[in-house]
Design a protein around this ligand. Structure first.
Ligand SMILES: Cc1cc2nc3c(=O)[nH]c(=O)nc-3n(C[C@H](O)[C@H](O)[C@H](O)COP(=O)(O)OP(=O)(O)OC[C@H]3O[C@@H](n4cnc5c(N)ncnc54)[C@H](O)[C@@H]3O)c2cc1C
Length: 388
């Protein structure tokens, strides 16, 4: 299957990325997991290697490569086994930067996209609010036009890179009466007066900083509006296809990592005079899990291929995240069981994997919301269209 989508160049890229991650990232992961803070130097190294600009235009320092290079980056990041580190990177490179690239003006691209690609500036995407994340159109944060400025008031929560990033992509209502049609997107400098952030403690993704943010009369230049006023909701929805596919790919990759690790463990571990991979009860479980992972992978690659051809794959990307995150949770739960007591120990990778994987069916659209979207598409024949 790999040859269907991955060329020799893709494979060479994967190899050099693996070497880079082993040398530059893996030695630091346990420290970052414990401190909850990723040291700044690694962003610059990612930038220097071009890993933050894989899919962005060369004009801003990017590499303008096809989506399968991104798939490789996502897969290999999962295999470092820190969902939090992976999230910090992809939330910057694919949540914040996607908006900069798609809706940012030329000045915004020069000021924020180019330094994001080089690793000099880190971004975050602020949509979810304490009052509710699933109901995006119900957000309460406002941005009121005042001459040549907007004044932002409100709060956001669960924001990945929310404490340590340099800029924030913020969704706010410019016309609260218009519901979803009154949302606009802004880029906001971290050091603008009136912004405060507090770090949240959480079950997994421990290397990633997740923040609650407050905006108290935050005054930003009117030029920091991205795209058209009132178009924020369609922009957000449009980019959800990529975000959901990313989370689907992350899920199949961490499931594959869990399975590969467990197979190695099972071939070494002995019980009743033989290696535990010889017990039929476990062998059949492995067969089922490997089948599920392979199905997800094949499906996710096909969705990536279509997205890369500019197809609007709302249904398929939604299915990708819904199914793959469930499969990842099931596979990791069972793989932890294969390791017996060692599965429960922090010295082995399954404990962290189990914690980190649990975010899959929650972040970027819960599984319940994804089923709602799919029901509307399948039953009500609702057609989702890209923002124009
Ligand atoms: C670690 C982490 C990182 C995150 N990073 C970001 C980020 O960078 N940027 C960002 O903007 N957000 C981020 N999020 C937020 C995430 O996207 C939201 O948590 C998610 O969308 C759910 O919103 P909520 O938590 O407010 O849950 P709620 O919307 O309050 O939902 C609570 C429960 O009700 C269910 N529910 C709600 N509506 C319906 C319905 N219509 N039908 C059936 N069930 C329903 C949900 O499925 C869920 O089970 C992050 C979250 C976490 C935990």
């Amino acid at each position: 299957m790999n040859n269907l989508y991955f060329t020799e160049e893709h494979n060479l890229f994967r190899k050099s990325l693996q070497d880079f991650l082993q040398k530059e990232v893996v030695p630091h992961i346990d420290k970052w997991e414990q401190s909850g803070e990723i040291e700044r130097f690694i962003w610059k190294k990612f930038g220097e290697m071009g890993f933050l600009g894989i899919k962005y235009p060369e004009a801003y320092g990017g590499m303008d490569l096809d989506l399968f290079y991104t798939i490789i980056l996502l897969e290999e990041l999962q295999k470092v086994n820190s969902g939090g580190f992976a999230a910090a990177i992809w939330a910057h490179a694919y949540l914040a930067m996607t908006h900069l690239n798609a809706e940012g003006s030329e000045a915004i691209k020069q000021q924020y996209l180019a330094p994001s690609i080089s690793g000099d500036k880190i971004g975050c995407l602020c949509i979810t609010e304490p009052f509710g994340g699933s109901d995006v159109a119900g957000m309460r944060t406002t941005a009121v036009k005042n001459g040549n400025s907007y004044i932002i008031n409100g709060s956001k929560t669960f924001i990945t890179n929310g404490v340590f990033s340099d800029y924030l992509i913020v969704a706010a209502k410019t016309n609260p009466e218009a519901g979803g049609k009154g949302i606009s997107i802004f880029v906001v400098d971290r050091d603008t007066p009136g912004i405060s952030a507090s770090k949240l403690d959480k079950l997994g993704w421990r290397a990633s900083d997740t923040a609650e943010l407050a905006f108290d009369n935050v005054k930003i230049p009117a030029e920091n509006l991205m795209g058209e006023e009132g178009k924020g909701f369609p922009y957000i929805m449009q980019h959800f296809s990529l975000e959901r596919l990313i989370m689907g790919v992350n899920a199949h990759a961490r499931a594959e990592f869990a399975l590969d690790y467990s197979l190695q463990y099972m071939s070494d571990r002995k019980a009743f005079g033989k290696s535990i991979d010889q017990f039929q009860a476990l062998r059949h479980k492995v067969a089922d899990l490997a089948t599920e992972v392979e199905f997800c992978k094949a499906f996710n690659y096909s969705v990536a291929y279509r997205l890369d051809q500019s197809e609007y794959v709302v249904k398929e990307a939604t299915m990708s995240k819904l199914k793959s995150t469930k499969v990842a949770d099931d596979v990791i739960y069972q793989c932890l069981q294969f390791l017996g007591g060692y599965g429960y120990m922090e010295d082995y990778p399954l404990a962290r994997l189990l914690r980190d994987s649990r975010l899959g069916p929650i972040g970027g659209g819960t599984s319940e919301i994804l089923r709602e979207i799919l029901s509307k598409i399948i039953i009500d024949k609702k057609a989702y269209k890209p923002a124009t």
